[in-house]
Design a protein. Structure first.
Length: 429
């Protein structure tokens, strides 16, 4: 008889470990640019923190997946926790004594991003060993609910602590990392790939996850269309809504309401997901998300009402969160044990690749064509993506654990999610 998740000791420890790590990461993600802005008065230098984080994540993501398939994953997580703890403690100490040079701040941002790129795939691999396949959807949903809740609370707590003293958010993160390390140390399950991987920086190992994703038509189509296309277009849609309903920057109320609704929708989706077993209805949820996004773009094109826009964005994000949990659960189930780290990092790499460009495209469309046509053209991109997901034969054949593909050489050209500033990318991030 399968042990319920509430009685699964190792899953509870992983849940708590992620809670402490993500809460600390959210506090420092806000505090780092605020610290630079306070010390230098330069918005450009403050923005460089996020740029460094994004660049480091993209560079380290694929090698991080290889490491997660080479080293025993619980041990690797502990090493990452200790490394993060040392780096954050050094920054907290420097800030406390009133001297935090820009080089140290950027080093902390880059180190946190690199460690996150190794830690995330290791957690997914360990969770594969801790949680039975029939509970993967519920487990992923609970982790997502935890993360979304922390993302709402963390920046508020970090901002309040920064107001008391700039060193406090980093000291709080160090405490969280210490507690995370203890939780991981108490996990009894061990997880290591049966097949030894090759050199970390070899082309074959770096692209092994992408090759596996490419070799299964369903995973390839959903990641390229839902992961890249829809992410890109929805980013453009939300940025356009933020600009339009903020009246070009003259008022933050309408735009802020829309963005708040996006966050609320993500939290609602994470809380609803355990009740509906999203891994069983992954394709239906993806279709519902795609067509709801099309409807949202049409609504905003013809109805200039921030309440309606916020409601539609919340619904889109709610469905998207549930669908993503279902797809992630499917991905974890069908991935061979010896490639789970590389496959997870490959999927995250694909999903993260276009995220910075969505707002840029939305701003360009808004400037060139105005609000109505910007929403309409974005809706056309969303509709094209929805049509592919609906009618493409490859998107209709969901894989099973028996569909594990043999390693293949990556196609030429090969196919191309951790937010900047996060110390650890954990399931549900």
């Amino acid at each position: 008889m399968t042990t319920p998740l509430r009685d699964n000791r190792d899953f509870r420890l992983l849940w708590m470990s992620g809670l402490f790590a993500v809460l600390g990461g959210q506090m420092s993600a806000l505090a780092l640019p605020l610290l630079v802005l306070k010390e230098t008065g330069s918005a450009v230098q403050a923005g460089s923190v996020g740029t460094v984080s994004v660049g480091a994540v993209l560079i380290a993501m694929l090698p991080g997946g290889v490491m997660a398939d080479r080293v025993e994953r619980r041990r690797l997580m502990r090493l990452c926790d200790v490394g993060s703890l040392l780096v954050v403690t050094a920054l907290a100490t420097a800030v406390w004594f009133g001297h935090a040079p820009m080089a140290l701040v950027l080093l902390v941002a880059a180190a946190g991003a690199v460690i996150s790129s190794v830690y995330g795939p290791a957690v997914f691999g360990l969770m594969r060993a801790v949680v039975p396949a029939d509970q993967m959807g519920t487990a992923t949903a609970r982790l997502q609910a935890r993360t979304q809740t922390v993302r709402l609370v963390g920046p508020l707590v970090g901002g309040a602590l920064f107001g008391l003293h700039p060193a406090l958010p980093f000291a709080a993160e160090a405490l969280g990392l210490l507690l995370s390390t203890v939780c991981v140390a108490l996990v009894r399950t061990r997880s290591r790939a049966e097949t030894a991987a090759g050199p970390v920086f070899s082309r074959r190992e770096l692209t092994a996850g992408l090759s596996f994703l490419w070799s299964i038509p369903y995973l390839r189509t959903i990641l390229l269309i839902f992961g890249l296309g829809m992410n890109f277009a929805f980013g453009a849609l939300t940025f356009t809504a933020l600009s339009v309903f903020s009246e070009g920057g003259r008022s933050g109320v309408g735009g802020g309401f829309v963005i708040t609704c996006v966050s609320a929708g993500a939290l609602a989706g994470a809380l609803l997901a355990p009740r509906i077993n999203p891994d069983r209805y992954s394709r239906a949820l993806i279709l519902a998300t795609c067509w709801t996004c099309v409807a949202a773009a049409g609504t905003m094109a013809w109805l200039r009402n921030p309440l309606a826009a916020g409601a539609m964005c919340a619904l889109c994000m709610c469905l998207s969160t549930i669908a993503s949990i279902g797809f992630l659960s499917t991905l974890l189930i069908v991935t061979p044990e010896d490639r789970v780290g590389r496959v997870q990092s490959g999927a995250s790499f694909l999903s993260s690749l276009v995220q910075p460009f969505g707002p840029l495209a939305g701003g360009a469309l808004l400037t060139a064509f105005g609000a109505r046509w910007a929403f309409t053209l974005t809706g056309c991109v969303l509709a094209a993506s929805a049509l592919v997901v609906t009618f493409a034969p490859s998107a209709r054949a969901e894989p099973s654990p028996h569909d594990e593909a043999e390693p293949a050489d990556p196609p030429e050209p090969g196919p191309g999610s951790t937010p900047a500033g996060a110390r650890h990318a954990v399931p549900g991030d």
